[in-house]
Design a protein around this ligand. Structure first.
Ligand code: FAD
Length: 471
């Protein structure tokens, strides 16, 4: 059992790892090292004086499935039930669309109709059949549809799904790594929809808490926190401080070396610390840059995991209404490759609109795998140009011609890892190397096995359990 564990990176993965380590009956000394002056990583919210919230990273967490329930358990444990009830806000499903998948289909259907060239199936059963005919092969080729319309529809669904979740290009991404549940379901049942329906939660241990029960009873489709997602890292930090974890901000990890006793020496700007075990929650590339030269076989695998940049443009409009209902819409790459989609933040979480009078909040997502092609270099791109692209998109897609009352532009560089074809092999090679070399190092975070907040927290828990037993 390690006496000291250093956790590298204070995003949601690193903070969650510290949470699970610190609350274990065998809690080691926990040291968190974060290079920036704030915790939370891509979780970042702006709160205005009148109580409005603008998210520059994740804006909602799904409660569904085991990973969703696991996150609610963590929220419950971090805040306590009373506070959790105060902070949590939830969006119930919209009346006309039970799942985001259906919503995506509806908006895609609209897109296809706009093209006029394709005769589209209009009825629900036919649309469903189109999706059911998605058939995936080993690592990539996405589907072998039965007829032309479904091919086109399925093509666009997958294109948009990859853009919505990974800001990525479906031609480069691996289904197996990006959507493992879809991959497994299809493997077992030869149909994505049938497989997902039959596979739902079978044999999984039941996770339970008052929050989980509430989420189910009230049919939440996603949740956030009253002061924005950033409330979560803030609450985790308070929890960790109570448990005596050491938290170091402005402390970039420079290099790591093994000592003669087999522990790690972690070199910092001013000095070093020693730890028996390291949990890295750094982006894969940042970890590769910190590893010793002799660990080159591991660094090589990590360097294959690249990430794309996204421009996140938050807009608020006073006294205008949305012409459509929904949580947002994705834009297929054939229509506009640089515009990934528009999120209607006010629909999901009106509590975050603030008290400044009637307003709607939207977020326009731009770039991703098409950033350089469509917008230029993320390091030098003009924010004014990004703002005008976002306003033009809102005008074209939602018919809103008014000037926004507030606009915030952020370029989130290398923020979403891309699980490209062969990703699973890099993960497997890295894991094998760690075992063969008996390295006291765990890899967690969005670079590896899921980019959602839920996936990150679940991965952190798995690493802590592997190290200490039940936490
Ligand atoms: P990060 O957040 O990248 O954290 C890594 C940390 O390591 C950072 O704090 C960084 O400063 C630090 N670091 C880097 N180098 C060093 C070093 N050398 N030394 C020390 N520290 C270092 N997910 C959802 O579930 N729902 C959503 O709605 C959603 N929307 C998203 C929207 C956007 C725009 C983005 C970018 C992501 C979104 N995601 C969403 C995905 C999710 O937010 C991220 O995958 C997740 O937050 C990643 O967390 P992480 O801790 O693994 O990595």
């Amino acid at each position: 059992m390690p006496r000291t564990v250093a956790v590298l990176g204070g995003g949601v993965s690193g903070l969650s790892a510290c949470f699970y380590l610190s609350r274990s009956p065998q809690a080691p000394k926990v040291i968190l090292l974060e290079s920036s002056s704030r915790l939370g990583g891509w979780i970042s919210s702006t709160r205005t004086e009148d109580g409005a919230v603008f998210e520059h990273g994740p804006r909602g967490v799904r409660p569904a499935g085991n990973v969703g329930k696991n996150t609610l358990l963590m929220v419950f444990a971090t805040f306590g039930l009373l506070l959790a009830e105060v902070f949590l806000i939830q969006s119930i499903p919209l009346p006309q669309s039970k799942t985001s998948q259906q919503m995506a289909i509806q908006s895609l259907h609209k897109n296809l109709q706009g093209r006029r060239s394709i005769p589209l199936p209009q009825s629900n059963p036919t649309r469903q059949m189109a999706i059911q005919s998605l058939i995936m092969n080993d690592d990539n080729s996405w589907f072998v549809p039965h007829w032309r319309e479904s091919e086109e529809l399925a093509d666009i669904v997958i294109d948009s799904l990859c853009r919505g979740v990974f800001a990525g290009d479906c031609r480069a991404l691996s289904v197996r790594s990006c959507f493992p549940a879809l991959f497994q379901a299809e493997r077992a049942h030869r149909s994505v929809i049938l497989g997902m329906t039959l596979a739902g939660g079978k044999g999984a241990p039941a996770l339970d808490s008052p929050l989980i029960r509430r989420a189910k009873e009230e049919r939440w489709s996603q949740w956030s926190l009253r002061g924005g997602m950033q409330t979560l890292p803030e609450a985790l930090e308070a929890f960790l401080k109570q448990r005596g974890a050491e938290i170091h901000r402005d402390t970039p990890v420079k290099r790591m070396e093994r000592t003669a006793s087999g522990s790690w020496r972690i070199m910092l700007d001013d000095g070093s610390i020693e730890a028996d075990h390291v949990i890295s929650a750094l982006p894969a590339k940042a970890l590769a840059a910190s590893l010793p030269a002799w660990a080159e076989p591991l660094s090589r695998e990590l360097l294959n995991i690249r990430a794309v940049s996204v421009a996140v443009v938050n807009l608020a409009y006073g006294n205008v209404g949305l012409p459509v209902m929904g949580f947002g819409h994705l834009v297929p790459s054939f229509e506009d490759n640089a515009l990934l989609g528009i999120v209607y933040d006010s629909v999901a979480f009106p509590e975050q609109d603030g008290s400044g009078g009637p307003a709607i909040r939207l977020t326009v997502m731009l770039g991703g795998a098409w950033f350089k092609l469509g917008l230029g270099d993320p390091d030098t791109v003009s924010h004014a140009m990004l703002l005008s692209c976002a306003k033009a998109a809102v005008k074209k897609h939602l018919g809103i011609h008014a000037e926004p009352s507030r606009a915030i532009v952020k370029v989130q560089k290398a923020c979403i890892p891309q699980y490209e074809i062969g990703h699973w092999k890099h993960i497997e090679n890295a894991a094998t190397y760690l075992v063969q070399q008996k390295l006291p190092l765990s890899l967690i975070g969005a670079s590896y096995e899921g980019v959602s907040v839920n996936d990150c927290i679940s991965g952190a828990r798995a690493a802590a359990v592997k190290l200490l037993g039940q936490t």
